[in-house]
Ligand binder design. Structure first.
Ligand SMILES: [Zn+2]
Length: 175
């Protein structure tokens, strides 16, 4: 699974396994601090071993991969945009990833402004002048790419860390 060299992405949803069987007492949830501990230490090591640019690229690409697989595996409403958004909002809330709102959607130009409140990655972090949700940028890009069949790029323009109370993303189809 992880000890075979490969040149292409190999993640499959089945790798997540049967959590109910594996954790009969602890169940399928854990503390948000543990998720952040894993993510932030991984990012820390990537920065030290390579550089911030590489770390950003790795996080973006991993998020993008996750967004595509998430859409393939969990989204059932793949036709009507409003139905898609409702299902996505419910899923993100149920899985405690965040509270999604669509601020603007232009389906002709394929441009969207989305906000995520109580975001898993950054809500409550100390203020800095950085927007840090690179994994989320990738995740939303992958999700929208998979849903629309077009190549999407999402960029975080406001973040809890940069002083906002929500993370705001501008997403657009790119050639
Ligand atoms: Zn953020």
């Amino acid at each position: 699974m992880f000890k075979e060299e490969r040149e292409t992405l190999g993640f499959d949803w089945s790798m997540i396994g049967n959590i109910g069987d594996g954790r009969p007492n602890l169940g399928n949830t854990m503390d948000v601090s543990v998720y952040r501990l894993m993510q932030f230490t991984l990012r820390d090591v990537l920065i030290k071993k390579f550089d911030t640019k590489t770390a950003e690229q790795v996080f973006f690409e991993a998020g993008e991969h996750a967004g595509k697989e998430f859409c393939k595996e969990l989204i059932t409403q793949k036709e009507d945009f409003n139905e898609f958004v409702i299902e996505l909002q419910e899923l993100l809330k149920k899985l405690k990833i965040g509270i999604l709102r669509i601020e603007e959607a232009d389906l002709e130009k394929m441009t969207f402004t989305l906000t995520v409140a109580e975001d898993l990655d950054c809500s409550g972090l100390p203020a800095s002048d950085e927007t840090i949700c690179t994994y989320d940028e990738g995740f939303l890009s992958g999700l929208l790419s998979e849903y629309t069949g077009k190549n999407f790029s999402a960029r975080e323009v406001d973040c809890w860390c940069s002083g906002d109370r929500v993370c705001r993303f501008e997403a657009k189809a790119v050639a």
